[in-house]
Design a protein around this ligand. Structure first.
Ligand SMILES: *Cc1c(COP(=O)(O)O)cnc(C)c1O
Length: 423
């Protein structure tokens, strides 16, 4: 026998957990090695809690990177798909013919290409359009988005050379013009990066895409957030006030950007993906680059993004979970908070809260919302609930913001809060 029977017996005694036997063996072995066989079940539970699972987002942060950013319902039966098959000719087709083309249509671009995430989109654009050449970027836009995405580092990995212009707070058209026109330089692109997650205020100056477009080299705008159209034609009430000033793909292209890049799971409300939209020749250069093969998404993502793009073209994108939650009237959230607080009993209060878009979008922008608060810090107990409820602590109280909670989960929130406020 290659393993002490007690490990195997202990593992078998936990078969009711439903976890695979090898996992239970690991849990049993770890507990025995620690001299605490009685804690084997705790090890198994800890394993289960590391698995991906549904959680209730009570943080009020709509695009919470730790919670997978935009929530999205997709129903994909097991099936083959014509990912790269042209059904007319029977020949090999283009992976961009579906989602990429539809997103491009939605933002008024000639062509579109989908990759794995926004960082991959920027990397591919720089590698395909500027390897070995200069890319002109304002010093005020050398951003770090988080999770290791830093413009200078991505630039270095792409093989393009960063040419910084201007200063942290002020960059003028003349700064760009000098770099683009420098006879000893070799500018391939001007890159405009959206300062997604911070602001520069005070004595500042910035150059608009329209002015940059006249400089003679293609302008690439890394928008990050993926707002398709500033007019939000898919929202019955038009653009919410909190979106003011957020650059949108359609308007940035119309202003003269040759290419825009953005994420699929930020303000687009879709699956994790990166989108490259713009001039057909440039997008196709990206598609032909060897890195495109390494960065391409699979059928699951393409299919989900296709559905999202169709909903924008249909003007039904208001029903995407992100937009539905983001635009839910605060009064409705207040009523739900009142019902939950009443169900929790004394100690639970309705509180006005400020939701955020999050995910590195719209820094400092708050969306008025309502939540339920109970005294004390119960974040750990709420995370231990089934399903886990992720909350925030504000001024010594645990708050669940209802803007990011599906109404169907109100009962879950009420039960979880009632349990902790009694305890
Ligand atoms: C979010 C963001 C990225 C990175 O996109 P991911 O989808 O997170 O990889 C790149 N650039 C900007 C400006 C962003 O806001």
């Amino acid at each position: 026998m290659d393993r002490p029977p007690s490990v195997d017996a202990l593992a078998r005694s936990m078969a009711d957990t439903g976890l695979p036997h090898p996992v239970l063996v690991d849990a049993a072995r770890a507990a025995i090695a620690a001299g605490e066989p009685g804690r084997a079940r705790a090890h198994a539970d800890a394993f289960r809690r590391r698995l991906l699972q549904r959680v209730v987002n009570g943080t009020g942060v709509l695009l919470h990177t730790n919670l997978g950013r935009a929530p999205l319902a997709v129903d994909q039966p097991a099936a083959y798909r014509n990912v790269e098959l042209d059904l007319d000719t029977g020949r090999r087709g283009s992976r961009s013919a579906s989602a990429g083309a539809l997103v491009a249509r939605a933002c008024g671009a000639e062509a579109g290409l989908v990759v794995g995430n926004g960082a991959a989109a920027v990397l591919l654009v720089l590698a395909a359009l500027a390897r070995g050449r200069e890319v002109v970027v304002s010093r005020g836009e050398l951003v770090e988005i988080g999770g290791g995405f830093r413009i200078p580092d991505v630039m270095a990995e792409s093989g393009a050379r960063l040419r910084e212009v201007g200063t942290t707070n002020r960059t003028r058209l003349a700064d760009y013009r000098q770099a683009v026109g420098d006879p000893t330089g070799d500018a391939a692109l001007v890159l405009k990066v959206h300062r997604s997650n911070y602001r520069i205020e005070g004595f500042t100056e910035d150059v608009a895409v329209a002015a940059l477009a006249a400089l003679g080299v293609p302008v690439v705008a890394d928008l990050g957030s993926g707002l398709i159209d500033a007019a939000c034609p898919w929202l019955a009430d038009g653009p919410p006030s909190w979106l003011a000033g957020e650059p949108a793909a359609r308007q940035t292209l119309a202003a003269g950007a040759a290419v825009v890049t953005f994420s699929g799971d930020k303000l687009l409300g879709g699956p994790q993906a990166g989108v490259i939209c713009g001039r057909a020749d440039l997008v196709s250069a990206c598609a032909r680059h060897p890195l495109a093969r390494a960065l391409r998404p699979g059928a699951l993502v393409l299919n989900a993004l296709q559905e999202v793009a169709l909903s924008y073209l249909d003007r039904t994108a208001e029903a995407l979970p992100f937009w539905r939650m983001a635009t839910a009237p605060a009064e409705g959230l207040r009523s739900r908070a009142e019902a939950i607080a009443a169900a929790c009993g004394p100690g639970a209060d309705v509180v006005a809260t400020a939701s955020l878009t999050g995910g590195g979008t719209l820094p400092g922008v708050e969306i008025a919302s309502f939540g339920v608060a109970v005294p004390g810090d119960h974040l750990g107990a709420l995370r231990a609930a089934d399903p886990p409820v992720i909350a925030r602590v504000v001024d010594g109280r645990t708050v669940v913001d209802l803007r990011t909670v599906e109404p169907d989960d109100d009962g879950v929130v009420a039960a979880a809060l009632a349990a902790v406020s009694v305890a």
